[in-house]
Design a protein around this ligand. Structure first.
Ligand code: COS
Length: 380
């Protein structure tokens, strides 16, 4: 069952019915290979306009709303969660450019990102700046009309294959301003080294990178927005990205539910389908209720975003609830399927279970979402 709150959602779901099974099949093949970016899936979805789905039309994007985007990510994740990341990460990385970069920068970076020609990355997290994102150690010093960047980033989605990165770092100038700022760094800049983080538990082919900057020189004109505003830009971007993870989680939770219903109706035990057992019915009821609540919380946050009002609280609540609901549903789906869930050759539950776990970790852990939610209620 799906919960449309707007007529605009159904065409997105109908489109995904056409291409979802292909993504699922491509994803299943990649999942069994060593971790590597799925260029074929990325190009396939980029060709359908899904990588630049929300980017402005005048810059080559689809100009779609936040609600359509949430529906898209939910539907892609229903078929193949890593493919939903492949669609989402470019929009996350380009979000601060769309909102804060100058026109020249927008014209340079957005059209090739929207078409999938370039792969962008959002480089915020560091070995010692994860949940404490303001604690940046990457530093840019000023040398004439250039910045010289030194530091390290970790857990950067698509960072290993990026054509450019929005790099958050502290700019140190003579007047000792050292607030977090954002600088656009080309992927081929000398001194910019990248690696793929291997043996990820799930989401294996929407890769995660480690980045090193060793005296990387970029023109000062690559500063994005204002000096010292980088942390705010990053937080605003994450507010939006959290709706995407809530949507992705909802898609995974809904798939776990649907697979469980299908299985419970056919699997026989004690002389009848296991769906006749109250133990199974209670699990299905709890899963279905969580899917319904996760959907509605996600769409509410997206609708607030589309209305141009504050949505950070609702995004954090949706992300927290939906990711924990997805964990619950994948776990119960595994329990209902038993051995047929645990062994990947029998069902998709084993993959779904691995792909899901990170949704409670990235774009802010569940604990960070609780911090954000509590701060909103306790403020003032
Ligand atoms: N939008 C705009 N501005 C925001 C903001 C938001 N959502 N959240 C915080 N800010 C601003 C605050 O208003 C404050 O500004 P002033 O200094 O002008 O008052 C500033 O940023 C610092 O805010 P705060 O004191 O709340 O920041 P903290 O360092 O305490 O950090 C948390 C708060 C933990 C919420 C933040 O670091 C965070 O979200 N961490 C997780 C990061 C994350 O999600 N990483 C995922 C990987 S990135 S893909």
């Amino acid at each position: 069952m799906v919960y449309n709150v707007s007529d605009a959602q159904q065409p997105v779901r109908d489109m995904m019915k056409e291409i979802g099974p292909k993504l699922e099949e491509m994803g299943r093949v990649h999942d069994r290979q060593p971790d590597a970016f799925a260029h074929d899936i990325f190009q396939f979805i980029a060709g359908k306009g899904l990588v630049g789905y929300t980017m402005p039309k005048e810059l080559g994007g689809g100009g779609r709303t936040g609600l359509e985007y949430a529906t898209l990510i939910e539907e892609i994740a229903y078929y193949d969660a890593p493919s939903s990341l492949l669609a989402a990460v470019s929009q996350l990385a380009c979000d601060p450019i769309i909102h804060h970069a100058n026109d020249e920068q927008k014209k340079k970076y957005i059209p090739p990102s929207a078409s999938g020609k370039w792969i962008p990355a959002f480089a915020l997290t560091e070995p010692n700046a994860g949940s404490d994102a303001a604690n940046q150690s990457t530093v840019a010093t000023v040398d004439g009309d250039h910045f010289v960047i030194n530091g390290e980033k970790i857990f950067i989605m698509h960072g290993d294959v990026c054509d450019f990165a929005v790099v958050f770092c502290k700019i140190q100038e003579g007047d000792s301003r050292d607030k977090v700022s954002a600088i656009l760094v080309p992927g081929d800049a000398p001194g910019f080294k990248k690696a793929t983080l291997m043996q990820k538990m799930g989401m294996k082919y929407a890769t995660t990178g480690r980045l090193w900057f060793s005296n990387v020189r970029v023109p000062k004109s690559n500063l994005m927005g204002e000096v010292g505003k980088g942390f705010k830009y990053a937080m605003q971007t994450l507010d939006g990205a959290r709706i995407g993870i809530a949507a992705q989680s909802t898609g995974m939770a809904r798939r776990a539910l649907d697979e469980s219903i299908k299985y419970a109706k056919t699997r026989q035990a004690f002389g009848a389908p296991i769906a006749k057992l109250q133990a199974i019915q209670w699990m299905i009821a709890d899963m279905a209720t969580k899917v319904a609540a996760a959907s509605l919380m996600t769409y509410k946050a997206a609708q607030l975003q589309d209305a141009g009002t504050k949505f950070g609280l609702e995004a954090a609540q949706a992300k927290l609830f939906a990711s924990e609901a997805a964990n619950f549903c994948c776990d119960r789906a595994m329990q209902i399927h038993g051995g047929y869930g645990y062994i990947g050759e029998f069902s998709m539950i084993e993959k779904l279970y691995r792909d899901q776990r990170v949704s409670e970790i990235y774009e802010g852990t569940s604990e960070v979402q609780r911090l954000v939610i509590a701060a909103n209620y306790l403020r003032g």
